[in-house]
Design a protein around this ligand. Structure first.
Ligand code: SF4
Length: 477
């Protein structure tokens, strides 16, 4: 069991610190992956489009979602304090974590204080971001994922590849093989005659997980929203595993990214319409669990996680990424994501949102994080579907400007800046270019050659437009 991958991609594979292009090239060679992705994203896309079209006020809802999030982020300090007071008043314990290491230390400390060595988990991107499962394992605590797709990923020693459907890259025969091979090592084995019928696979997971729910005393969750005025946490899910985790164990620990706040219950109403339609393409998700502080027979801890978010908040253009409600609509419409899948992004946040959020949270120190803003064709489909109107293409362009550029590119830009600075200098350079035009190569030299592999260099004209205008008085002579 110790060889099994327990965590999620804070620890995603980053072999040799490869950039996105190299990782994408590898993914593109997997035709099964491309087939699975195309089928799944097209289905979800069509479902979303159908239910969104039903709402005549979708544009207003979207604007409201954007404005509520922007307002909350502007006054985040006030709302976080309000949330802390409300949760504490309702019997919960609130902890503040500046980074992943501190959050992991806090959670591990709470679990160890209970004397337990096993925890069940509700699907949570925040805990994946901080590598909580690995941190707990290092402290002798095993974390069991209970969302069906996360279970498939965990049993398969794999990494999630989609925000909403983490096992989107697996088909049902692969899932049957994983269950048959691995379930016995984790608890109740899969039935011997398990078929790849989706109902049979779901039943095998249900029986396996039920034993886990009934025997585990500590649960860890994330949350989709937190209502500052009442201290209420909200989890939206489809399988009921979240409800079991949130209600059965004696200790509940929730790790919450600080951007997940909404000020009031009234604000929640907007997001409970936006999120299910944008994510699963449903009018309403099957399970919505809400709780405020500790409930009878259960201790509750809330860990408020920063981990780079206040840094993102300081960036005027980039901060809009914090509006994200993790619906995954931008992944499902992205032509790049549809072809390469989530693993190529090397982050817990794949697709267009990952391309803008990950480099801001992690910084752009690695080849991978510097290349993520280029993992887009800038077609704008992500912006169109985003329920909180995050202008992902603009943030991508902004981040591209911040990355470390190739020496040749920097030299070229500096030279262009010098020439364009003065009109006389530009005219002289144009005349010189016209005289030397026969010597101009058809292809750019050195590392810039890639640009001309698929493009023709435009020929240099003999005479510039400016000289032609002066010579002919605008064509009148
Ligand atoms: S960026 Fe927008 S579309 Fe993408 S996951 Fe976040 S909220 Fe959804």
């Amino acid at each position: 069991m110790s060889r099994t991958f327990l965590g999620m991609p804070g620890a995603a594979p980053r072999s040799g610190d490869e950039g996105f292009p190299e990782r994408a090239a590898k993914a593109l060679r997997d035709s099964q992956l491309r087939f699975n992705l195309r089928k799944a994203t097209r289905t979800i896309r069509a479902r979303r489009a159908g239910v969104v079209a039903e709402l005549p006020d979708w544009a207003e809802l979207r604007r409201a979602g954007k404005e509520i999030k922007d307002h909350t982020l502007r006054h985040l300090d006030t709302y976080l304090i309000q949330l802390e007071e409300a949760v504490t008043k309702a019997g919960g314990h609130v902890h503040w974590a500046a980074d992943a290491a501190e959050a992991n230390r806090i959670v591990a400390g709470i679990v160890k204080a209970t004397g337990e060595t096993e925890v069940v988990k509700v699907k949570s991107m925040a805990t994946q971001e901080i590598g909580l499962n690995e941190a707990l394992l290092a402290e002798g605590v095993t974390a069991y994922e209970t969302d069906l797709a996360e279970l498939i990923v965990q049993l398969g020693d794999d990494w999630p590849s989609h925000i909403l459907v983490p096992a989107i890259h697996r088909n049902r025969s692969e899932i049957r093989e994983i269950f048959t091979r691995r379930m016995a090592g984790w608890g109740r084995p899969a039935p011997e005659d398990l078929s790849d019928d989706p109902a049979a696979l779901a039943e095998a997971a249900r029986l396996h997980l039920r034993e886990r729910f009934l025997s585990t005393r500590v649960a860890i969750s994330g949350a989709n929203f937190a209502v500052a005025e009442t201290g209420t946490l909200v989890v939206l899910e489809s399988e009921g595993n979240g409800r079991m985790c949130l209600t059965l164990p004696e200790t509940l620990i929730t790790v919450l990214g600080i951007e997940k706040l909404v000020p009031t219950w009234r604000d929640l109403e907007v997001f409970l319409q936006l999120l299910p339609r944008s994510s699963t393409g449903e009018r309403m998700n099957p399970y919505t669990s809400m709780w405020t502080g500790a409930t009878e027979g259960q201790e509750f801890h809330l860990v408020l996680l920063d981990n780079g978010r206040t840094g993102v908040l300081a960036d005027e253009v980039g901060r809009q990424a914090l509006r994200c409600i993790r619906c995954s609509a931008c992944l499902n419409v992205c032509p790049v994501y549809e072809r390469v899948g989530g693993h190529a992004y090397g982050s817990v946040y794949p697709g267009p949102i990952g391309a803008i959020l990950t480099p801001q949270l992690r910084g752009m120190g690695s080849e991978l994080d510097r290349s993520l803003p280029y993992a887009s064709s800038l077609c704008g489909a992500c912006y169109e579907v985003c329920p909180v109107a995050i202008d992902i293409p603009s943030v991508l362009v902004e981040l591209r400007g911040k990355g470390r550029h190739h020496l040749a590119e920097r030299t070229g830009m500096a030279a262009a800046g010098w020439v364009l600075e003065r009109s006389g200098r530009l005219a002289r350079m144009q005349r010189l270019g016209g005289r030397l035009r026969k010597l101009a190569p058809g292809r750019l030299p050195g590392p810039l050659g890639g640009w001309t592999d698929t493009r023709d260099l435009p020929p240099i004209p003999e005479e510039s437009f400016r000289d032609w205008w002066n010579r002919t008085d605008g064509g009148r002579r």
